[in-house]
Design a protein around this ligand. Structure first.
Ligand SMILES: Nc1nc2c(ncn2[C@@H]2O[C@H](COP(=O)(O)OP(=O)(O)O)[C@@H](O)[C@H]2O)c(=O)[nH]1
Ligand SMILES: [Mg+2]
Length: 400
């Protein structure tokens, strides 16, 4: 039986469907044109990000030509809200038959408008300063010093820049730390501290060179960072030397930066990494200190944009749960590092300040310098006692 060639072609879904969200939240939709298909039917459905993905808030079917379409954000939908957009594309053959649908989706984070963004960040900072930063300083008698650790290209330096923008409530600030595009050589070769003023006293973030694999050499270097105060300007090769000093106290806490996209794509490697680094924190300073840490799960924007499963919010929660299990902590926060000029997101602000507040709450009760104090006393008490002991021995010998 002869099969009509256009019918055969029309039953295949169009190929190469891709969607990009532009800054104004309009969609740029592109695909490959097929021979025999002169028209396409494009269906676009918007679902609230927090919803069950059953009933779209808005849907539209367009008859389009060519290989691309620009679709503005629907006027009836709030641009500031987080949305999941599901797109279906069917080819229509010359005789009117519709093909199977090619499908794609994108998830967009919520956005706060400019003036509101500044006010929201100022309010978060005030709250953090009064409820978490000041009590930490009162309790420990010092300003917080926080290590930022993690594998290469996961967003450590970007996280330090992100903290600077958030705590100074200004997303227009230039980068304080160099960050590297993927594939480019590592930019951070030595530990480097950034002090961010909080009223009259600063909070310090210490950006570190990557701990790519947690082999025995890396773990020794990590233990040096966790137990000694010699962290500023240290190149990776120098990190092994642990020179204890009572006057150079170790950092108070650590943030491990793990990209959600790496977690998704290289899960086995990431599981091993997290288990090993968590073990080092639990047994810091020769098992004398349980070092306080939290996890910043970065690249949340990319993770959501790429997510093609039915419900991106569920997928994000699943990833965070997985990271918690292997990092041995409940304190994992999905964030997007703000770049210069980014739009602020209420969800992202909340996750960022939750992370910081939780970290200082844990660190407030922990003396990470206990080994320094012990070593110092052992050394100095030994120095003071030795001559006395020798004198007593000499006297005793003299009497004999
Ligand atoms: N989309 C997105 N890109 C990020 C995020 N964090 C970092 N990046 C990018 O990831 C790359 C590596 O970041 P970098 O901070 O240099 O990583 P580091 O090697 O861990 O210090 C840079 O191109 C950053 O712009 C994020 O949350 N979202
Ligand atoms: Mg870096």
């Amino acid at each position: 039986m002869a099969v009509h060639p256009t019918v055969q072609r029309a039953s295949q879904a169009p190929r190469g469907l891709r969607v990009t969200v532009r800054a104004d939240k309009s969609l740029e939709i592109r695909w490959q044109t097929e021979d025999g298909a002169c028209l396409y039917e494009l269906q676009i459905c918007y679902f609230p990000f927090d919803g069950p993905m059953i009933q779209p808030s808005h849907s539209n079917v367009l008859q389009v030509e060519g290989a691309a379409q620009h679709v503005p954000h629907p006027e009836s939908l709030d641009k500031g809200q987080a949305w999941v957009v599901k797109i279906g594309l069917k080819a229509r053959s010359a005789d009117g038959l519709l093909s199977d649908a090619a499908e794609a989706q994108v998830a967009m984070e919520d956005q706060l408008p400019g003036e509101e963004a500044k006010k929201a960040l100022e309010a978060w900072t005030r709250n953090f300063q009064g409820k978490y930063f000041a009590p930490f300083c009162d309790m420990r008698g010092e300003n917080p010093k926080i290590l930022v650790l993690g594998p290469q290209h996961h967003g450590k330096s970007s996280f330090v820049n992100h903290m600077n923008r958030c705590l100074l409530a200004n997303l227009g600030l230039h980068d304080e730390r160099d960050q590297a595009p993927a594939g480019v050589e590592e930019k951070t070769v030595a530990t480097e501290a950034l002090q961010i003023p909080m009223g009259s006293s600063p909070v310090t973030f210490i950006d570190t060179p990557a701990f790519a694999t947690m082999n025995s050499e890396s773990t020794r270097k990590l233990q040096t960072l966790l137990s000694s105060g010699n962290f500023c300007g240290q190149r990776r090769s120098d990190l092994g030397h642990d020179e204890s000093s009572l006057f150079k106290k170790p950092p108070h806490a650590a943030i491990v930066v793990i990209s959600l996209c790496h977690w998704r794509d290289q899960m086995e490697e990431m599981k091993m990494y997290l288990m090993k680094i968590a073990n080092e924190f639990k047994n810091a300073s020769q098992s004398m200190v349980e070092f306080p840490y939290v996890i910043a799960a970065t690249h949340c924007d990319e993770f959501l944009k790429d997510c093609q499963t039915e419900n991106p919010k569920d997928e994000l929660e699943k990833a965070v749960l997985g990271i918690k299990k292997f990092a041995l902590t409940d304190h994992v926060y999905a964030i997007t590092n703000y770049k210069r000029g980014s739009m602020a997101s209420a969800r992202n602000n909340e996750a960022t300040f939750d992370l910081l507040s939780q970290l200082l709450t844990k660190a407030k009760h922990r003396d990470t310098g206990v080994k320094q104090t012990r070593n110092w006393y052992v050394a100095h008490v030994a120095c003071a006692i030795t001559p006395v002991v020798l004198m007593v021995i000499c006297r005793l010998l003299g009497r004999l």
